[in-house]
Ligand binder design. Structure first.
Ligand code: SAH
Length: 377
């Protein structure tokens, strides 16, 4: 039978998943998200350029060079706090177009001994973005190495880890409440053969984080990234010590019920089931869960604070003023970009920054100690 173009999924991966679901039954949201992002042939983070005005979404380092520069200086200060080790790994998870790293390395020129100590590791799964990163960083006179997995980086050296908009790509699992019990939330097919969310088999009630009251209403969704976070937490903790890490992402500090699974394509929100493999599928980061995971690995956590608070504490206003004074013709453009990063109803508050460090290190710059995530969900 020829598939009806009006109802069968539009993308090759969508059709592949639909055929599989027809044969074997619905798949979990985790499996769906992993296929969309990392299917070896059609996965979004295998080959798509993803980031940039001509692609699907724009990230902070692409908005202003000041973002990466401040993170580069943050790294230099942390390196000093580590006692200025002669050799240090600077690891970036999901480096996108390489823009953040390029700007960080430029700012690091101000601290020559730090720059001289650096060995850069870029952890990336996307061949197209890796090519772009190689282009962006080809002039740099520091060693740069690529790995497909953080597990390959561990070599015992002191480590600085940075990641912007990386955690949101890690797959989540979802449960849905119905008829007095919890079910795995799955992707199945509706009567017309379209991908649709369906309730899977009943499961034992998830352990809801503190702050979420049970019982809950029918249709309520609980989501967690705990398995993926545990995988990455273990690899992070296996890096050399002392270790300091910075994660910036969109998300929330207080856990809440509800599905935050979203798809973005050509700068617009899309239904997450519409274009598997051709849209960026992510979900909000639960920072309490991240803190809980990092603490369970013996690390101390600083923050989370909003992106605006973090960049403000690192001196974004002063740095932007200096950049504007040096480039009067671009002053308006620079100001607009900074306002976007700091927007009180926008990136400035929707994005949060959290740090993790070996317990022997002092609190990380720009990140006050806040006690969240004492209990891992
Ligand atoms: N940090 C960049 C890009 C964010 S988009 C910026 O701020 O512009 C997410 C990035 O993570 C992309 O580079 C993507 O290819 C990469 N990525 C997604 N899943 C990954 C995984 N499992 N391992 C390594 N990199 C991954």
């Amino acid at each position: 039978m020829t598939p009806d173009p009006d109802v069968s999924p539009r993308t090759p991966l969508g059709r592949q998943l639909a055929a599989r679901i027809k044969r074997l039954g619905p798949i979990g949201v985790t499996e769906y998200m992993e296929a969309c992002l990392h299917d070896p042939v059609h996965g979004y983070y295998r080959k798509r350029p993803a980031i940039g005005r001509a692609a699907d979404f724009v990230t902070a380092p692409e908005i202003s060079q000041v973002f990466g520069e401040l993170i580069g200086l943050w790294c230099a200060v942390v390196w000093r706090q580590m006692g200025e080790p002669g050799s240090v790994n600077l690891v970036e998870l999901g480096p996108g177009r390489g823009t953040l790293m390029r700007d960080a390395l430029r700012a690091a020129r101000a601290v020559a001994a730090f720059r001289g100590a650096l060995h850069v590791h870029l952890v990336e799964t996307n061949a197209t973005l890796e090519d772009l990163q190689r282009q962006t960083l080809k002039q740099e006179d520091v060693p740069v190495q690529w790995s497909g997995d953080l597990g390959e980086v561990a070599d015992g050296k002191p480590s600085l880890v940075i990641a912007n908009e990386f955690l949101d790509t890690l797959a989540i699992a979802q449960w849905v409440f119905g008829g007095g019990q919890w079910h795995t939330r799955c992707v199945g097919l509706d009567a017309a053969g379209r991908l649709a969310f369906v309730d899977g088999a009943p499961v034992a009630a998830p352990r809801l984080p503190a702050g979420i009251a049970a019982p809950v209403e029918d249709g309520a969704v609980f989501e967690t990234r705990a398995p993926a976070l545990a995988l990455w937490g273990a690899k992070l903790a296996a890096l050399g010590a002392p270790l300091a890490a910075l994660f910036i992402d969109y998300g929330h500090a207080a856990p809440a019920l509800g599905s935050s699974l979203q798809a973005v394509r050509a700068h617009r929100y899309d239904d997450p089931l519409q274009a598997p493999g051709e849209a960026d599928i992510t979900a909000q980061v639960d920072f309490a869960a991240v803190a809980g995971e990092l603490k369970s690995r013996g690390l101390a956590c600083d923050g989370p604070v909003t992106q605006a608070e973090f960049l403000g504490a690192l001196g974004i206003a002063e740095r932007a003023s200096r950049l504007m004074a040096a480039n009067p013709a671009r002053a308006g453009q620079i100001e607009t970009a900074i306002a976007r990063l700091m927007a009180p109803v926008g990136m400035g508050t929707r994005f949060l920054a959290i740090g993790a460090r070996s317990k022997g290190l002092p609190p990380l710059p720009g990140l006050p100690a806040i006690d969240i995530g004492a209990r891992a969900p």
